[in-house]
Design a protein around this ligand. Structure first.
Ligand code: URA
Length: 421
């Protein structure tokens, strides 16, 4: 077979064998299959889909494209979570120290922003000195004490995903169920965790906007995890509205500190506690995770983690040079605050990148003052945009203004839609 035969077979709707799939993945990772060939295969998969055998073969080939980690010698349970991507989704920041504070090792290998969605690593780098590039030895040391680590995946971990992901980002093949499932699960299985909790988003700000499709994605990822012996649970959650009142980098760290201090927005706390509960249960620990938010133990674990990763938890976060506030045009109840649009406004103002490798602005972001269901009066502030590049205010302010709609009444849907295990 050749790459062209394999692409053509998938284009025509035929099933690929495990050998075909692993050959393509390995050849692409090695540089023997070109970007345009793998992009064509990704587009064929986008339209034709993959059956279960093909999906498992693709995930396994991507997982085996590099080295895998194992933490079974640490003498403590390991648990990890992954979100399919959201807006204002800072949950990894409070969640990792919270779960670690119960004696669980949390090897939280995370990503950077993608399109309208924010990246955990970009947010953490807003903390002066904080480092996300750690060696495997450092990751291990930190899993023993303080127990939580949030860092970039090592270069050898699922290299096929790094290449394929970058290609999908520029070829319109991100929002494909089998490509998302294999991307996420290859990385997470390579990480060697015992328990995995997936936060699968649905709604306007999610990659899989449609709930039925998001549910199917969750089911496939749980199945892939179980097939590889990882205790996997998926929580299906709404992503129509940003999580919390902040979207951006330093500003999301600030909100994380409120949660760790026992306060913070109700939705962020609810999701953090729910995901923590699933991680603790998977790790065999019977506890109410809200306790360590209330008594400061999660904050202690956060401070220890930041210190271990070369940050200073007492140094103030950087503050933005410019701000611009968008106000309500009409009096009424906020009926929608489109997560995708708010994410795009934050991205354009400098919280995200316009091209690969571009530095993000630590201080860029948006502070929101209302949630759907709240009443606002004409002239009330709806959101403040922050940036170092004020020439970008105009476009982002317009997007933010359009993202927030008012009307007569609103009933909020439940944040947590379902749990799939
Ligand atoms: N997150 C990932 O890691 N991969 C995807 O394909 C989508 C979201």
């Amino acid at each position: 077979h050749t790459a062209v035969d394999i692409i053509t077979a998938k284009r025509n709707g035929h099933q690929l064998t495990t050998q075909h799939i692993s050959w393509m993945v390995n050849a692409y990772t090695a540089g023997d299959v070109s970007d345009e060939q793998f992009a064509a295969l990704a587009m064929a998969i986008y339209f034709q889909g993959l059956n279960d055998d093909e999906l498992l073969a693709l995930t396994t080939a991507m997982l085996n494209s590099g080295t895998t980690l194992s933490f079974s010698d640490l003498g403590k349970p390991t648990a990890d979570k992954h979100s399919t991507g959201g807006v204002g989704d800072k949950i990894t920041l409070p969640l990792t120290p919270l779960v670690a504070s119960y004696g669980v090792a949390v090897p939280q290998l995370s990503g950077r922003g993608l399109g309208h969605t924010g990246g955990t690593l970009d947010k953490l780098e807003a903390i002066p000195g904080f480092r996300v590039d750690l060696t495997e030895a450092q990751i291990r040391a930190q899993l023993l004490d303080p127990g939580g680590v949030i860092c970039a995946p090592t270069a050898q971990l699922a290299p096929a995903d790094k290449k394929i992901y970058a290609l999908r980002d520029v070829t319109g093949t991100v929002d494909s169920m089998p490509l998302i499932a294999s991307s996420i699960m290859s990385k997470k299985l390579a990480e060697g965790t015992d328990t995995l909790v997936l936060d699968v988003k649905t709604g306007t700000g999610a990659f899989m906007q449609d709930e039925a499709q998001a549910r199917q994605l969750a089911q496939k990822m749980v199945w892939l995890g179980q097939a590889h012996g990882v205790n996997t649970t998926a929580v299906l959650t709404r992503m129509d509205t940003p999580l919390g009142y902040t979207v951006g980098n330093a500003i999301e760290v600030e909100e994380t500190l409120e949660v760790l201090a026992g306060g913070g927005p109700a939705d962020v706390v609810e999701l953090t506690v729910t995901l923590a509960q699933h991680m603790l249960t998977g790790a065999g620990i019977d506890a109410d995770p809200a306790d360590h938010l209330a008594n400061g133990k999660a904050m202690d674990a956060w401070r220890a983690m930041v210190t271990a990763q070369y940050g200073d938890p007492d140094v103030p976060l950087p503050t933005p040079s410019h701000s611009h506030t968008v106000v309500a045009e009409h009096t009424g109840v906020v009926t929608s605050m489109d997560a995708r649009a708010v994410g795009e406004a934050a991205w354009r103002i400098g919280a995200g990148r316009q091209y690969q490798g571009q530095a993000v602005q630590a201080t860029a972001g948006i502070r929101l003052y209302a949630k759907p269901g709240d009443t606002v009066h004409a002239g009330d502030p709806l959101g403040t945009l922050y940036t170092e590049t004020p020439e970008r205010f105009e476009t982002s302010a317009q997007i933010l203004q359009n993202a927030i709609q008012t009307g007569q009444a609103f009933t909020a849907p439940r944040l947590i839609v379902d749990v799939i295990s």
